[in-house]
Structure formats: C-alpha cells, structure tokens
Ligand binder design. Structure first.
Ligand code: ADP
Ligand code: MG
Length: 248
C-alpha cells in the first residue's frame, strides 16, 4: 500500500515579531500535519496567533523558524512564481466576513480568483456557474450580495474558494457574523465537500463549530495545546423557509 503524504505539514513553525525593543512570539513552535479529506477546526483564542497562522498557511507570510510543506514542497525554498502557482493550485480562501464585492453579482464574485489566470471570459463564467451549483446557489447567480441572506453570502464565498479547483480550503472565522442556524448550514456544506475529498482547515474561536470537524486542534499563546481526531457530529439542518429568514 502506498503511504499517503500529508497535504499540509508544519514543522516547528515559529513567528516572532520585533517592534523596536519589543518581541512578540506569535507562534512558538507549531507542528502539525493534515491529510487529504480531513476537516480540521483550529481553535485559536483571540490575540493568540490566528492571523499569523492563517497568513503562514496561506503562503502570505513566512515563519521566522521552522518549515512549511504544502503538498510536499517546502514553501520557503520556492521562487515567487512557483509559490504563486502552488498557492493557486492548492488553496482556496474563505475570508472572515466573506469579502464579497458589493456592486458585483454573485457570479462575478465567484469568478474573481480566475481573472488573472488567462482563462477566457466564457470559461470563467462556466466554472463560476458550476461552483455556484456546487453550493446550491445556481438560481442566485445574478444577485448582488445585499440581495442575499447571510447564509447565501457565505455560500458565494465558499463557491469563490472552490472555483479554481483547489485541494484545500482555508477558512478564517467563516461563521463569525452568522446566527447559529446559518453557521450549521455552512458546516453542512463543508462536511459535504469533505466527504467528496476536499481538505478543509477552518480557524475559529467558537467551540460550537469544532464539533463538526474530523480533527480539532487548539492553539493558545502560539502553542498547540491539544490535537485530536474525533467522530464529527453531523451538521443537520432544521427545516426552514428562506422567505421567513429574509422577511425576519
Ligand atoms: P489573532 O489573529 O489571534 O488576534 P495575531 O496573529 O494577529 O492574533 O497576533 C498574535 C500576536 O502577535 C499579538 O500579540 C499581536 O499583537 C502580535 N502581532 C501580530 N502581527 C504583528 C505585527 N505585524 N507586528 C508586531 N506584532 C504583531
Ligand atoms: Mg488577527
């Protein structure tokens, strides 16, 4: 049997910020591995290194010490172009509060990651539509974000993360501003994507969310305090009607 390699591997990753005489140790030696198909909830207390960890995982910042292997390649050894290619091939991002462009349709929002990829407009449209179908929002393609409920905006953000066909989704507090019912909808979608082989890393400070993940890692003061696999609770949706939600 062929051994499977982790998609993400951090080896003793530390990040130290220096401001004048003051040193802040945002990460103090974090090691972790994530295999394909895992749905990992990383619980980080506020002020405890969440953004720092997300920036490193997203290849937007480099550790001061330690190594980050993404799909088996150590990212600090890559040229800018190789890193950009690896990042585009591997990672889709769901941002905190979704970062949707307000004057732009759902379809165009989903297309954004493909704009500089050299893919034709027609093909971009096709892929964006396909991603909206995957999240169950095909019928809202022409709506602007303010014409969508919070849960629908979240789905647009997830479709945008999926559109370039990444191997991993990195989600930064994706349920932050949503009520708990709507958060569960998002978790149900992540679980569905996970069952189809997608790897998901979700950073949150809400312990409610972590029960839907297949692995929970807690980070405090820049250190991993616990890391365990679990039988996830299934995100089950209570029956609801969208009209109620919008008129509420
Ligand atoms: P979180 O996102 O969990 O609030 P951060 O990763 O943003 O935490 O920050 C962790 C620690 O590192 C904090 O003490 C913060 O003040 C410090 N920090 C973050 N970014 C910088 C920076 N660019 N320069 C100096 N200190 C920073
Ligand atoms: Mg932060």
């Amino acid at each position: 049997m062929e051994a499977t390699a982790p998609l993400i591997r951090l080896e003793d990753v530390a990040k130290l910020y220096r401001m004048g005489d003051v040193e802040v140790r945002a990460l103090q030696g974090v090691s972790l591995q994530v295999m394909q198909g895992e749905f990992v909830a990383i619980m980080v207390a506020s002020g405890s290194g969440k953004s720092t960890l997300m920036n490193i995982l997203g290849c937007l910042d480099r550790p001061t010490r330690g190594q980050y292997f993404l799909d088996g390649r150590e990212v600090s050894g890559l040229t800018r172009d190789d890193l950009a290619r690896l990042r585009n091939r591997m990672l889709g991002f769901v941002f905190q509060s979704f970062n949707l462009l307000s004057r732009t349709s759902a379809l165009e929002n989903v297309e954004l990651p493909l704009i500089y990829s050299g893919i034709s407009r027609k093909e971009r449209h096709r892929r964006a539509r396909e991603a909206l179908v995957r999240v169950g929002l095909a019928d809202r393609a022409d709506h602007h974000p303010n014409q969508l409920s919070g849960g629908q905006q979240q789905r647009v953000a997830i479709a945008r993360a999926l559109v370039a066909d990444p191997k991993i989704i990195l989600a930064d507090e994706p349920t932050g501003n949503l009520d708990s019912r709507t958060s569960v909808e998002g978790m149900a979608l992540f679980q569905e994507l996970g069952a189809a082989g997608m790897t998901i890393l979700l950073v949150t400070h809400e312990s409610d969310i972590s029960r839907y993940a297949t692995r929970v890692i807690t980070v405090k003061d820049g250190l991993i305090r616990s890391n365990r696999q679990q039988q996830p609770e299934r995100a089950v949706l209570a029956p609801h009607r969208e009209e109620e939600e919008l008129s509420a």
